[in-house]
Design a protein around this ligand. Structure first.
Ligand code: FAD
Length: 443
């Protein structure tokens, strides 16, 4: 491997995406210094950030495989075959994510994954980590990174410093990038279903559990220690909101009323509820992800999204894969690499942001509705018949690497065809003909 010392990268943020991008670059011979505002989570046991566990799917797996990190993390993954719906009457049923054996998503511990990715990147001789380096802003005129305590010169900067990115803010001060933050108005709180002493997992461990209740929902993902992390998603204000659930009694009554089967499994419900912070949710839309050939942003810094498609991390890792292939293709031409990266990925960021918002309504409301179930079955039937043309949108997002903007485009065509057929506007013959005409083969 040729060491490309002349191009040095300062990468801000050692969350989930930063170490992956650093490893990709190091594999191509580029030295990378990573600056992280927190202390080293491998040394100081502290929360690794927001959610306790995450759903990992194809786009993320692809990046982990490319950098040689997948084997190490594989044994810590718990496959989830589908959504286990817990309805208001206490009945449960499984809605599979896909139809093929390998069409599953995986629950993984955020902290375990983050630590493992840091170890993996640090194992490369040209990657160095610097902890407790909190970036304040970037002085592009004098090529200086201004940290809380010192200024450090840079050659090229990559920003994976999350939703409140200082790299993004600094670029936008100096250039024509625009971003906006749209709060969802709903937040989340995590709670725990501990393992049972005799049976271990208290719910089916190979499913993502959902209690859909219209304006709000509870979900639960399995952990390796046989517990489940539940996430309660609620409006911030109004009836049944984080503001209105302001006493022990109200919380317990709320759970007994809406989630009685879950309430029985969370032993310290009101204690945990009051101790845990409320996380706020928002979408970041950013129309350009680079500053010439000098700086680029990726991951949540470029496209923080709401978590309802389980794609934020997966999208962030796909950014790394896309950047890597551009670096290989346009070796050393950073103006071209960064501008192509931005041109490719901005529409994908918008598309997954919108699909994630749409999925909130699907998860909290539609999943248990008869019409939704009929449409879902029809999607699977059409996939069986037109396996290379008609792939359900959920599958395209989770089990394929097709750009999200293309997934969105195809998804819109598919949804329209399905609606028209179900409403009797088009015949089966026309449905089949339109699939052949409007959807090109994707493999
Ligand atoms: P982050 O992981 O946020 O990392 C940013 C890093 O930058 C952090 O280490 C931070 O300390 C550091 N940093 C910040 N500011 C500075 C600074 N000024 N100077 C230096 N360092 C700084 N995604 C999925 O794919 N599947 C899921 O199931 C899923 N579930 C989620 C559930 C919830 C409740 C939430 C909130 C998110 C979920 N996500 C999920 C999204 C996922 O967490 C993010 O998309 C992912 O963490 C993005 O990675 P990142 O590296 O870009 O940002």
């Amino acid at each position: 491997m040729q060491l490309r010392d002349s191009d040095h990268f300062s990468l801000i943020g050692a969350g989930l995406a930063g170490p992956v991008m650093a490893t990709y670059l190091s594999q191509l011979g580029y030295p990378v210094d990573i600056y992280e505002s927190r202390s080293d989570m491998r040394v100081n046991s502290q929360s690794a950030g927001r959610s306790i566990n995450l759903a990992l799917s194809q786009r993320g797996i692809r990046a982990l495989k490319d950098i040689g990190a997948f084997k190490k993390i594989k044994s810590s993954l718990i496959p989830m075959n589908g959504r286990m719906i817990h309805d208001a009457d206490g009945n449960i049923h499984l809605q599979p994510y896909g139809q093929k054996k390998n069409e599953v998503i995986y629950s993984v511990s955020r902290s375990k994954l983050n630590k493992s990715l840091m170890d993996h990147a640090e194992g490369k001789e040209n990657v160095n980590f610097h902890f407790n380096y909190d970036l304040r802003d970037i002085d592009f005129q004098n090529s200086k990174l201004n940290f809380q305590n010192k200024n450090i010169p840079f050659r090229r900067v990559l920003g994976s410093d999350g939703a409140s990115s200082k790299v993004r803010a600094s670029i936008s001060k100096d250039s024509d990038i625009h971003f906006s933050k749209r709060p969802l108005g709903h937040g989340y709180k995590e709670l725990t279903i501990p393992p049972n002493n005799s049976t271990g997992f208290q719910l089916d461990q190979n499913a993502l559990h959902i209690w859909p209740r219209g304006q709000f929902m509870l979900i639960a993902l399995p952990n390796f220690d046989q517990s489940f992390t539940c996430t309660l998603f609620l409006p911030m204000d109004g009836d049944n909101s984080f503001t209105s659930l302001n006493s022990e009694k109200k919380v317990v009554d709320f759970f007994k009323n809406y989630f009685p089967d879950a309430e029985e499994l969370i032993p310290n419900l009101s204690d945990e509820y009051h101790k845990r912070p409320v996380g706020k949710l928002a979408t970041i839309y950013c129309d350009k992800w680079h500053y010439g050939g000098i700086a680029a942003i990726f991951g949540d810094a470029a496209h923080a999204i709401v978590p309802f498609f389980g794609q934020g991390m997966n999208a962030s890792l796909q950014d790394c894969t896309v950047m890597n292939s551009l670096v290989e293709e346009y070796e050393g031409d950073w103006d071209v690499i960064f501008s192509k990266f931005s041109d490719n990925q901005v529409p994908n960021g918008y598309a997954i942001a919108d699909m994630a918002l749409e999925n909130y309504i699907e998860m909290r409301d539609s999943v248990n509705d008869q019409k939704y179930k009929i449409k879902r079955q029809l999607e699977f039937d059409l996939e069986n018949k037109f396996w290379d043309r008609f792939v359900p949108r959920y599958s395209m997002v989770s089990f394929y690497e097709l750009p999200y903007s293309e997934v969105y485009r195809r998804g819109e065509i598919q949804f329209k065809l399905i609606d028209s057929f179900i409403e009797g506007i088009i015949t089966k013959k026309k449905l089949y003909a339109d699939i052949e005409n409007k959807l090109s083969p994707i493999r």
